[in-house]
Ligand binder design. Structure first.
Ligand SMILES: [Zn+2]
Length: 170
């Protein structure tokens, strides 16, 4: 799987680790190694999860999807991580316990997105089955596709065939 970070927000990108969510859905986080790969790409550093934690990771992702679609805050509240400070090599940073090393930053990103008021800019791709979420930062607020190269282009091709399909019996 070629992971894509197109949402403009860590938590939304995490939710987008399911492809074709509204159709024949494909989970991109099948193995623990997939999570490690995604985390590195997302800039979360080295993360390893056990198979049991993988289950939690996926469950959290689905809760967040429903939350971003207007669902209850309760699951997010229940999972909000506890973190501590640690000093290592003269540098102070957050210390998370696994799997919060992965989920902690994602959950906080989701929480900050919601309290920032920017949740009104969360959109779902206009494609029939894609289901990806993203933050619409365009000035006009009319971004429709998760990615122009992907769903946007598919829609253009469909429009084209619809138009010419009336003329050419194919
Ligand atoms: Zn899409």
């Amino acid at each position: 799987v070629n992971f894509q970070l197109i949402a403009g927000n860590l938590a939304l990108d995490f939710v987008n680790t399911v492809g074709n969510r509204l159709g024949d859905a494909e989970d991109y986080l099948v193995r623990a190694a997939d999570v490690t790969r995604w985390a590195r790409l997302a800039g979360l550093g080295p993360v390893t999860v056990t198979p049991r934690q993988l289950h939690v990771v996926r469950a959290t992702r689905e809760e967040m999807y429903h939350l971003f679609r207007g669902g209850s805050l309760a699951p997010l509240n229940a999972r909000l991580p506890t973190r501590r400070l640690e000093r290592r090599g003269g540098v102070v940073r957050w210390r998370w316990d696994d799997p919060d090393r992965l989920l902690g930053p994602i959950l906080l990103s989701a929480a900050e997105l919601l309290v920032s008021g920017a949740q009104t800019k969360i959109r779902q791709c206009d494609d029939e089955t894609c289901g990806w979420l993203f933050l619409d930062r365009s000035r006009a607020g009319r971004r429709r596709w998760c990615s122009m190269a992907d769903c946007g282009n598919r829609a253009k091709v469909r429009r084209y065939y619809r138009r010419w399909g009336e003329v050419l019996p194919m």
